[in-house]
Ligand binder design. Structure first.
Ligand code: F0G
Length: 454
């Protein structure tokens, strides 16, 4: 049995569209060459994100029917709270409608103008929340190295230097994002989290976990560090929560459901302040912007997600997929994590300079060649306007992410993606870059209008 064989069978199916070449060309033009603006009915394989795109289990679908839609104190909330407390060890549990609501609520309680949040890498929505609070988001990831099993770690040397330097007193929180989505989906090690705990104690700053992919991180840690033998993946996940002071998560990932998020923590006073914000913007704190049935599906998803057969399949299928993409000629980042395969578009398209968005060029060509939708995580997402107002300060790397929704695509779908990739690689030298003709100030990737460079 291949290690990546799906540990489930399929009970409900959904047809996928096969738009023609002419339809794909027209869709790209109409979308202003921005993949986010292409309607899903014109996508064959959608690897834009693993967020909210998972297939629920039969147990989750049946949990929906037990949803208690009472406005206050629903049984669904009690079930959700019980599972989250058991998993995280945090007594205070606040559901919210999705991850960025959690980020905004807790980060705006902790940060003000001139403060600093430091992280292994803030995800784009996390960075947006930090900046909206008037604070600066500083990313200190370890340097990428294929031989490093824990490429998601934070760099201690740079962290210590920041904390003991002139601006050290401005640092008001430390965020470990597990796994490190913006930086290749690499896991964060337990050792890294332990040292972060120590450093946070020494400097009296709160240690926050962005636990959106806590189970996948725990599996990769389990797999890659011998010290975890004799323990379960769930115990490893719990150890991360124990080390931190508080967490938030987008439950659209490892909650294996289509919507949801949470804040969980020890500090009763901070929880009280966050709860007031939940009431203001999300709803009564026992539903936090969700339906009762969503909370039931999430409670069930949070139990299923640490199943080791499921996680092994998740990690091994990503590893296998990285192999077929590499055979197709794409420069893939290794080692692979679970939720996505990342490709270095900068290496595939060295003739396109960063300000002409090589990662966007690859994303768009994958769509044109086979209606495959991927995400750019390069200068369109992480670039910053330069001081001259016109040219961007490029992102550290020009990555394209092939996100793998949970329990949705089979190996033959992924083989199709590799065939499409092979066709794109064959004409890589002819691809051209893009320039931005319209953009918003915050998270411009969602709305920008682009034009091919002549
Ligand atoms: N934190 C991480 C690490 C994320 O990956 C995301 C979302 C969020 C927070 C925000 O959560 O979407 O529920 O509001 N990531 C998605 C992605 C969008 O495609 O990686 P949200």
């Amino acid at each position: 049995m291949p290690a990546f064989m799906e540990p489930f069978r399929i009970k409900a199916v959904e047809p996928i569209p096969f738009p023609s070449v002419a339809e794909r060309d027209a869709a790209l033009t109409e979308a202003g060459h921005n993949i986010f603006r292409i309607p899903a009915r014109l996508i064959t394989i959608d690897m834009l994100t693993d967020s909210g795109t998972s297939a629920m289990s039969a147990a989750q679908w049946s949990a929906l029917l037990s949803g208690d839609e009472s406005y206050a104190g629903a049984r669904s909330f009690e079930r959700f709270e019980h599972v989250v407390r058991e998993l995280t060890g945090y007594p205070e549990v606040l559901p919210v409608h999705q991850g960025r609501a959690a980020e905004r609520i807790i980060l705006h309680e902790l940060l003000g103008r001139g403060d600093v949040s430091v992280s292994n890498t803030h995800f784009d929505s996390t960075r947006a929340s930090v900046e909206a609070a008037g604070a600066d988001a500083v990313d200190l990831p370890v340097e990428y190295d294929e031989a490093t099993p824990f490429g998601g770690d934070i760099d201690f040397d740079r962290l210590r230097r920041l904390l003991t330097g002139d601006g050290g007193a401005r640092v008001r929180c430390l965020v470990l994002t597990v796994t490190n989505n913006a930086n290749g989906g690499q896991p964060v090690s337990l050792d890294n989290a332990r040292v972060v705990r120590q450093i946070c104690d020494e400097h009296d700053i709160p240690f926050l976990l962005d636990a959106s992919r806590f189970a996948e991180n725990a599996y990769l840690v389990h797999h890659r560090s011998p010290e975890t033998s004799g323990t379960t993946v769930r115990e490893t996940a719990r150890e991360f929560f124990r080390l931190a002071d508080a967490c938030w998560a987008s439950l659209k990932k490892d909650g294996i459901a289509n919507i949801g998020g949470l804040i969980a923590l020890h500090d009763a006073d901070l929880a009280k302040r966050c709860r007031a914000k939940v009431i203001e913007t999300e709803g009564f704190p026992t539903y936090g912007g969700l339906a009762g049935r969503d909370l039931d599906a999430l409670a069930q998803g949070l139990l299923e997600v640490t199943d080791v057969d499921y996680l092994r399949y998740r990690a091994e299928s990503a590893r296998w997929f990285a192999g077929v993409l590499a055979e197709a000629g794409l420069p893939v980042l290794r080692p692979t994590g679970c939720h996505a395969v990342y490709v270095d578009a900068g290496r595939l398209l060295p003739h396109i300079p960063p300000h002409q968005l090589p990662a966007t060029a690859l994303v768009n060509e994958l769509y044109r060649a086979g209606a495959v939708r991927t995400t750019e995580l390069g200068t369109l997402v992480f670039g910053r306007p330069g001081t001259d107002g016109a040219t961007d300060i490029p992102a550290p790397r020009e990555l394209v992410r092939f996100a793998i929704p949970r329990r949705v695509y089979t190996a033959s779908h992924l083989e199709y993606v590799a065939e499409v990739a092979e066709r794109v690689v064959a004409k890589a030298a002819d691809l051209r870059g893009y320039r931005i003709v319209e953009q918003d100030d915050v998270m411009r990737q969602f709305t920008a209008i682009l034009q091919p460079v002549e």
